[in-house]
Design a binder for this molecule. Structure first.
Ligand code: TRP
Ligand code: SF4
Length: 351
């Protein structure tokens, strides 16, 4: 079981960091993949106008990448309202200290408060930065946001998930899911809930086109859906190795003290071009210029995008297809969720 918040179109960081793994796992496991709409609300409750559109775009990227609704259960969290009941019940046994000490929460609160303040400042008079940051923090200190990991625990425990494919950043959340499951079993009966294991994606490091971490908010991402033109434009402008002034200067393709983030073009060669070791050797020897090296990346990169584009477009062109996928997923997820909830209600002597 895994999920993603519907932030809209995905980028290559999302693909190589998580989605690729999901596509592989659906062959070996019964998988449940949730569009985590309610998790989106934990921080984005003040503007929900693009939620549905973002869900659709994300699901299209999932399907384009090869998630198969015939194999995996693909559903919207908010369609399976059983998640709310389980989250409520798990909330009863979750001490506040577990949530308040969650490093992800503390970090996110800080980050979000900072960016909200910046937005406020950009749109108004620029005094009172401190009070505004405090105000933004208060806006985000909601019951829902603090309870984010409880809702996530409900997602996971609902399907008796044995493994949860996630990135490093989700480990604190997953540890909380495990603790909540153990506490529940201790109180109401061993074996009622399955204690999940993280399945860490070995995330190949994929920097954005400016050398920083690839992120939608930095504007440095290569989207999964790029046209031939936009793709080539981004690659030709991408960060390489600032120590190279001439094509004959020895280059540093890998992250190293001379080029700490590493060349972002080389990172893509490694993922898309079977000939990547040669590019690295030529670069280190000063036998190739960055422009030539970038041009050699375009054909294999384009080939990798072509299959995705075609599959995505086919789903997008069938009227009501995405809705149909989510509807079938909802039915399957609901059936499984109802079984778990019945077990939980009985264990807690609510039935
Ligand atoms: N918190 C996850 C993220 O931000 C999204 C998520 C929601 C999730 N429910 C989940 C991940 C269940 C794994 C399992 O990416
Ligand atoms: Fe990067 Fe290629 Fe330039 Fe080397 S030659 S720095 S690998 S773009």
């Amino acid at each position: 079981m895994s999920g993603m918040r519907p932030t809209g179109r995905l980028h290559l960081g999302n693909y190589w960091g998580a989605l690729k793994n999901w596509v592989d796992l659906q062959e070996a496991y019964q998988c449940y993949f949730a569009v985590a709409s309610w998790h989106m609300l934990t921080t984005g409750y003040d503007d929900t106008s693009s939620l549905l559109e973002n869900e659709r775009e994300m699901v299209l990227d999932w399907l384009g990448a090869g998630l198969d609704p015939g194999k995996a259960v693909i559903f919207r969290q908010s369609d399976v309202t059983e998640h709310a009941e389980l989250a409520l019940l798990l909330g009863m046994i979750t001490p506040l200290s577990w949530l308040e000490n969650n490093p992800t929460w503390k970090e996110q609160l800080q980050e979000l408060a900072k960016s909200k303040r910046e937005k406020m400042l950009a749109s108004g008079p620029t005094q009172e930065a401190q009070p505004r940051e405090a105000e933004a923090r208060e806006e985000l200190r909601t019951h829902g946001f603090l309870g984010y990991p409880v809702l996530q625990a409900a997602d996971i425990l609902m399907y008796g998930a044995e493994v949860v494919p996630v990135g490093q950043d989700q480990l604190p959340h997953l540890e909380l899911s495990r603790e909540i499951a153990r506490k529940f079993n201790g109180l109401y009966g061993e074996g009622t809930l399955t204690v999940p294991q993280p399945l860490l994606t070995e995330t190949p490091k994929l920097p954005g086109i400016d050398g920083r971490k690839m992120s939608k908010s930095y504007g440095n991402a290569i989207d999964m859906l790029e046209t031939t033109e936009s793709l080539s434009k981004k690659v030709m402008a991408a960060y390489t190795d600032p120590t190279r002034l001439r094509a004959t200067d020895p280059g540093h393709p890998e992250p190293c003290p001379e080029n700490p983030p590493g060349c972002s073009v080389y990172a893509l060669h490694k993922l898309y071009n079977t000939d990547w070791p040669r590019r690295g050797d030529e670069c280190r020897a000063g036998h190739i210029g960055c422009v030539a090296c970038k041009k050699l990346l375009l054909p294999p990169l384009e080939a990798g995008f072509a299959k995705f584009r075609e599959r995505r477009a086919s789903y997008a062109s069938q009227p009501g297809r995405v809705e149909q996928v989510l509807d079938e997923g909802r039915k399957k997820a609901k059936a499984a969720a109802e079984r778990t909830l019945e077990k939980v209600r009985r264990a807690m002597r609510l039935r």
